[in-house]
Each structure stands twice: as structure tokens, then as C-alpha cells.
Design a protein around this ligand. Structure first.
Ligand SMILES: *Cc1c(COP(=O)(O)O)cnc(C)c1O
Length: 422
């Protein structure tokens, strides 16, 4: 028996080494090379760090069609992900998220094909599961035991869930106006959570200030290298489920921009490997007009965005007044031939109500923002109706406030007129 387990162990070891193709890490701004397999936060230049792979070796050794025979979900793309040892993968069985066509929107607008990639189906009800699933797996691999972050809600929920699954402690700080459902789901999933009498940047300051005393590792958006790699799987999965033919244009609700940066990275990696060919999708960064720093920088031709004062929008997931990866978002949008667009809360609310009514798909406000932005871009001619568009719904609509419904009926004196009029 001892013999057998040694053999299995040796097999896993071999498999593991063969599985990992990380060549190095690098500063996303200066390109400075950094050593893998050790704990990194921001780069020496204070910018986000990107993971680089030996793509030639991936190309020679990994067959994309054989990959499609594995179970679906983000871990299918193991060779272009950073985790070295299978035992360190912390997973809640992340499903492949479906592409749901908006038939009613298509016929109303004359568009050829519009899909929503519904990320609300993931564990913890948002695409934050991809990023935090990866970050927590890498934290496990690197021996970290205690993690902390500021959050507007969904990221904290995913951190708490994956942290608890990995047996780690998580410390989570939310602005005072974070929805009750988020604070409670964090607590129920084992996160130590506090409401803070301030904004998200005040919460971030607590995490920074507590580093020495509490010995925690900061997993804030883009302040460690691996959340991008998790979000990157949206791009891999999209190519995979469309048989390696990418859509023409992608609308992404942009807060910190992790997903937009990650997907663009995935597309370029897949093209270098040879898994996809031809033109890449145009990337469209969607923001709310009450908080649109990226849109402003895009229109002014700048590579960095200014802090947005007095940020407000009903789409709290994209209420991010300053993004540390601003230049990576803007580079991806420009390189892809895309654009950045802001939508009013009124139009977000209208799309939030219309989409479930006409197409049966419940979306979160940030997902609704991408639908509103798509329709605006179609109307203004920035997007052609012949283009295949993919819009991201990032969270489960059930986690968000819905318009009230108050109709009642007395079963002892049924008012059929009111039923008929409804
Ligand atoms: C985090 C979040 C976003 C923004 O995602 P980024 O990749 O950080 O830009 C949008 N919508 C929801 C619901 C979110 O939780």
C-alpha cells in the first residue's frame, strides 16, 4: 500500500510539473521581471503584476480539443493558470456560465446576435468567484493563512466562501451603505466582517494599516497577481463555448476592470498559443454616468484616469472612483478598437426591468448597464447590428433590490375584474 501511494504521489508530482507553464511574473506597467513562486503584492513601481507563461511550450504540448474533453468550468484551462499543485486548487465547482440569447431584444433592435454571459450562476452569485477562487488557491499554495480586503459586497462574499473552504481566516471591511444581504452572506460564509463609517477607500486604508499588526495579506483588486488570472477564464471559456470563434464585440461593466483586463490577456495568450485566429473582439468598458473615470480618460485620450469625485450610481459594483489598473483597462480598450461608454441610472433601471420582462432573464444592475450601453451604442452607430455582441451579467439578480409587487386578492371574494385588468 505504501508502495502504491508513493507511486501515485510520484505520478501527481510529474503531472504537476508538466501542468505548470508559468515562466515569470512582471510589472504590468514597467515590464520588470519578478520571480514566481513567492508572495507578491504590487510591483516595485506600485503597479499591478501580471503572470506570464511559456506559451510556445503550451502551444507544443496542450491540445485545445483534448482540453474540451475535461469537465467544464474554470479549472479546465489548468495549463494557462498559475496554480502548480492540484491539491492547492480551492473550488466550489464553478460552472461554465451559459450564453443566453436575448431574442426579444434582437428582434426589437434588428441585431443579428446578442448573448448575455450569465455569470450570476457561479458560486456566491457573482463572477467574483473566479477571481477569488484563483487568489485563494494561490494564497494556499504560497502558505498564506490570513487574508483581508475592502469590498462593496460581492468580492467579500467570494473571499469569505473560498477562504473558509481553504481553512483560512478572512477579514472583510465594507462601506456602511453595503447592502444587508452582502454583509450577512459574508458573515454566514465565515468571514469576519465590519461595516465602516466611510467609503471603499477608507476600508482599504484599514487593510493597509493592519498589515503588520494583523499579519494579513491584502487581496484587494489588482493588489496581488492572481485575481486577474481567475477572471481571465471568462475569456477562455467564451472561446471554448463558441468553438474558438470569438464574438465581434464585448460589453463589460467596469469597476476595477479585472475582468476586462483578464479577458484581453486571455485573448492575446490564446492567439499566441494558436488556439484562436483572426481579429479579436472589440472591448467596451461600460460605466455609470455618476462614476465614469475610465470613460472620461478614454475620451480625453489619457492613459491614466483621475479620481471621480462624488461617485454615485445604483450599480454599486461599478461604483469605483479610482482603479489602480486604469492604464491596463484603457490599453485593452484602445488596442482592441473598442470604446468606453457611460449610461445613466435611469437607463440602467429601465434595462433592469425590461430584460426579465421581455427575455425572461433576471440580471443585476451592473449587467443591466451593459444591456443599456449596448442599446445606446447600437442606436448611435458605434456598434453595427450585424456584429455578434456578448454582454456580461456579472451577478445574480436575486441578490439585488427588485421593484415592489403589491397586488393582493381576497380568496373569499375573488375580484376577477382586477385579475383580467392585470
Ligand atoms: C465587481 C463587480 C463589477 C466590476 O468588476 P471589475 O472586474 O472589478 O471591473 C461589476 N459588477 C458586479 C456585480 C461586481 O460585483
Amino acid at each position: 500500500m505504501c508502495h502504491r501511494s508513493t507511486a501515485i504521489h510520484r505520478y501527481i508530482q510529474t503531472k504537476v510539473t508538466m501542468n505548470n507553464y508559468v515562466s515569470h511574473l512582471e510589472c504590468g506597467f514597467t515590464g520588470e521581471r519578478l520571480t514566481p513562486n513567492r508572495v507578491h503584492a504590487l510591483s516595485p513601481a506600485g503597479k499591478p503584476i501580471l503572470v506570464r507563461y511559456d506559451l510556445d511550450r503550451v502551444s507544443a504540448e496542450v491540445d485545445r480539443d483534448a482540453m474540451q474533453l475535461r469537465p467544464s468550468g474554470m479549472w479546465r484551462y489548468r495549463e494557462v493558470l498559475p496554480v502548480r499543485e492540484d491539491a492547492n486548487v480551492v473550488s466550489l465547482n464553478e460552472t461554465e456560465t451559459p450564453l443566453v440569447r436575448l431574442h426579444a431584444l434582437e428582434s426589437r433592435s434588428g441585431a443579428r446576435r446578442v448573448d448575455v454571459k450569465d455569470e450570476g450562476r457561479l458560486p456566491t452569485g457573482s463572477f467574483k468567484a473566479r477571481g477569488l477562487g484563483m487568489a485563494v488557491s494561490m494564497a494556499k499554495e504560497l502558505g498564506l493563512r490570513r487574508l483581508a480586503m475592502p469590498t462593496n459586497g460581492n468580492a467579500g462574499s467570494a473571499l469569505a466562501a473560498y477562504g473558509s473552504r481553504a481553512g483560512m481566516e478572512t477579514y472583510i471591511f465594507c462601506p456602511a451603505d453595503t447592502p444587508e444581504v452582502n454583509v450577512r452572506e459574508i458573515a454566514l460564509q465565515g468571514g469576519k466582517v465590519w461595516r465602516v463609517n466611510g467609503l471603499i477607500n477608507d476600508c482599504g486604508k484599514i487593510v493597509g494599516a493592519g498589515k503588520d499588526r494583523m499579519g494579513w495579506f491584502d487581496v484587494s483588486t489588482l493588489k496581488e497577481p492572481y485575481r486577474i488570472e481567475g477572471k481571465k477564464t471568462m475569456g477562455l471559456e467564451l472561446a471554448d463555448q463558441l468553438d474558438w470563434r470569438l464574438p465581434d464585440v464585448i460589453f463589460y461593466p467596469t469597476g476595477g476592470g479585472t475582468g476586462l483586463i483578464g479577458m484581453w490577456k486571455a485573448f492575446k495568450e490564446m492567439r499566441a498559443i494558436g488556439w484562436i485566429e483572426g481579429a479579436l473582439p472589440r472591448m467596451v468598458a461600460v460605466q455609470a454616468s455618476g462614476c465614469a473615470p475610465i470613460v472620461k480618460a478614454f475620451e480625453e485620450g489619457l492613459r491614466h484616469a483621475d479620481l471621480w469625485e462624488g461617485a454615485h450610481t445604483i450599480a454599486s459594483g461599478i461604483r469605483v472612483p479610482v482603479a489602480i489598473g486604469d492604464f491596463l483597462i484603457l490599453d485593452a480598450v484602445r488596442e482592441s478598437g473598442g470604446f468606453a461608454i457611460a449610461v445613466d441610472d435611469e437607463d440602467i433601471a429601465a434595462a433592469h426591468e425590461r430584460t426579465p420582462k421581455e427575455d425572461g432573464l433576471l440580471v443585476c444592475p451592473e449587467g443591466a448597464a451593459t444591456i443599456a450601453a449596448y442599446e445606446a451604442a447600437l442606436a448611435s452607430g458605434r456598434v453595427d447590428p450585424g456584429e455578434h455582441a456578448v454582454l456580461f451579467n456579472c451577478g445574480n439578480g436575486l441578490k439585488y433590490p427588485m421593484p415592489p409587487s403589491t397586488a393582493e386578492i381576497d380568496h373569499t371574494a375573488i375580484d376577477w375584474d382586477s385579475i383580467e385588468r392585470a
